[in-house]
Design a protein around this ligand. Sequence first.
Ligand SMILES: Cc1ncc(COP(=O)(O)O)c(C=O)c1O
Length: 393
Amino acid sequence: MSNFDQEISRFGTHAVKVMQCENLDDCKEYIALGLADMDIAVAPVIREALHKVVDRSIYGYTSVDAGHTFKKSLKNWLKTRFDQDIEEEWVLYSNGSLEVLKSVLFAFTQPGDGVIIQRPVYGHFTQIIEDECHRKVQDARLLKDDKNYYTMDFDALEGQCSNPHNRVMVLCSPHNPVGRVWTADELNKVLEICRKYDIILVSDEVHADLTRFGHVHTPILKLARPTDKVIQIMGIGKTFNCAGLQCANAIIPNKRLREQVRYVHGDRGINPFSLEAQVAAYSEEGAQWLDDLNNYLDETVRQVEDYFAKELPQVKISHPEGTYILWFDFSDLGLSPDVIHEQIYNRAKVILQDGSHHDPDQGQYFQRMCYPSPRAQIMEACKRIVKALKEVL
Ligand SMILES: Cc1ncc(COP(=O)(O)O)c(C=O)c1O
């Protein structure tokens, strides 16, 4: 039985999540919720599987057969969770979704080419595209209504796709940080536009398993035609709190596309820990743990939304349909971005992530909170944030 309320300290474990405050004298007073990295213990089935690998005492290379086991477990998971059919040969193992994204950009674009994204979106896309690959971000911004509900701007998207210098689109599905789970209609429109302009569509679906009550994620390849140039990226990192095990995959049915990505990325053996973690995660016990986790996260969202609605209703939160991320808009408080940051990070001692990381042009008043932590910690963070902000209103 899992205990999602159990608090496990990350200090002293080289966890990047607490890096910002680890060296402070009062580090234990901080609550770090900036990174998409769970503070909840993994499913017992994963821990037991990893123990078995440790007990072998030898951590050598894995065989081609390990690749089959890895792909078979993914194939079964996609069938049972998403009713998606894939072939094992379509799957390319990777030591991270961003690693495979980088290979896709190197395979299909030249320095200076444009890569389309939809801001506000996961800041590392920009880092990979611009800093690591020296390509250019081309933004087809999402639209936002007065309830901070985001939708796609298909005219802007078509405008960007029709530019011959833009060869690849990176879709975030479900969307980090705005929490949308795209509908089949929306995804079909994206596919149609990419098909029309011969754009390679990379769908980053690392949050696919994390859907809030009533929402269903549609894997892009369920909607794509066999000839479409589409790559679906998934992994156990977010869903099962295994990000440090660096275990992801790209599913590429189009053979030519797959060979080109494989040529750049390589086709290496799987780390034995990652292999066993994925097999355990994608089991019946793993599925049950995930269902329980999603229920727990639903209740956390309900409590956070209720709390802000009651205590500080000027703060708008985009109601999440998926992921474990909340996107806060503090622009109606009448405070400057610097004061908002100061009160939250230094006064309340809660580490979030500044919105400008995900939206350099318009994100200054936004903050991203990742909430896969024991609920008591999340609610304590919310109380401290509200108290600190009220002090300066
Ligand atoms: C949308 C998205 N893609 C990719 C990643 C990173 O995944 P990986 O560690 O597999 O590279 C994250 C991590 O937060 C993410 O939110």
